[in-house]
Design a protein around this ligand. Structure first.
Ligand code: ZN
Length: 222
């Protein structure tokens, strides 16, 4: 792995700086795929939505980056590295909206909200992502009733967004959300809508098996 450059992310509200490392080239290995569509590999990636450490607004890094110089080294005094949001962070970002957000209701706005909701869903699922199927003691997905409600409400909201999209990716995602909600019959019916069953054979097989087991947890596919 080689560090390409350190970019600087500026807060669009107060101009505070954070550092974001771009990975120009890297060897990605150990790819793992999960039923919620997340792919995990050796590449660190970087967060798309962050919270300003100074003023606390949530914003999309995309339009707030100044590209750094090749070979820039981390040194004492450089700005802090950007962090991925946690469950509470995504919940707050969805509730408060993004700073300088697109106009509410626009296609770009819908895309951001959907992305934030997908990230929140997967961030919850991270808590049980690497637990073996054979493990007896599975950690709790929720730390409180409030979190459980937030998880379920979020799944329903994502389903609502995805209803407008009639393609295999959407059907697959919706099937998984329905399974997470314990609606196994609806999940199976959604899987039946997928046209390219060959392409998604591994996903469909795992989700169907989990339905038979009445298992609502996110699991690894490959
Ligand atoms: Zn700020």
């Amino acid at each position: 792995m080689r560090i390409g450059s350190n970019d600087i992310v500026y807060c669009p509200s107060c101009n505070a700086q954070q550092r974001q490392t771009s990975w120009d080239t890297y060897m990605s290995y150990g790819e793992k795929y999960y039923t919620d569509g997340k792919k995990v590999d050796s590449a660190p990636g970087y967060p798309y939505y962050i919270k300003c450490r100074e003023c606390g607004v949530f914003f999309k890094t995309e339009n707030c980056v100044t590209k750094g110089k090749e070979g820039f080294r981390t040194s004492y005094g450089s700005p802090p590295q950007t962090d991925f949001l946690n469950v509470d962070g995504y919940r707050s970002a969805i509730a408060s909206g993004l700073f300088n957000a697109e106009q509410e209701g626009s296609e770009a706005w819908k895309k951001d909200i959907l992305n934030l909701r997908l990230e929140l869903w997967r961030k919850f699922n991270d808590r049980i992502r690497n637990i073996s199927e054979n493990t007896q003691e599975v950690p709790e997905l929720f730390e409180s009733e409030d979190e459980e409600k937030a998880y379920r409400d979020n799944c329903r909201e994502i389903l609502r967004f995805l209803e407008e999209i009639a393609d295999d990716e959407s059907y697959l995602r919706r099937a998984e959300l329905l399974r997470n909600l314990g609606e196994f019959d609806e999940c199976r019916r959604m899987l039946d809508k997928i046209k390219d069953t060959e392409k998604y054979a591994a996903h469909i097989g795992v989700i169907r098996k989990m339905c038979e087991n009445m298992n609502t947890r996110t699991v690894r596919i490959l």
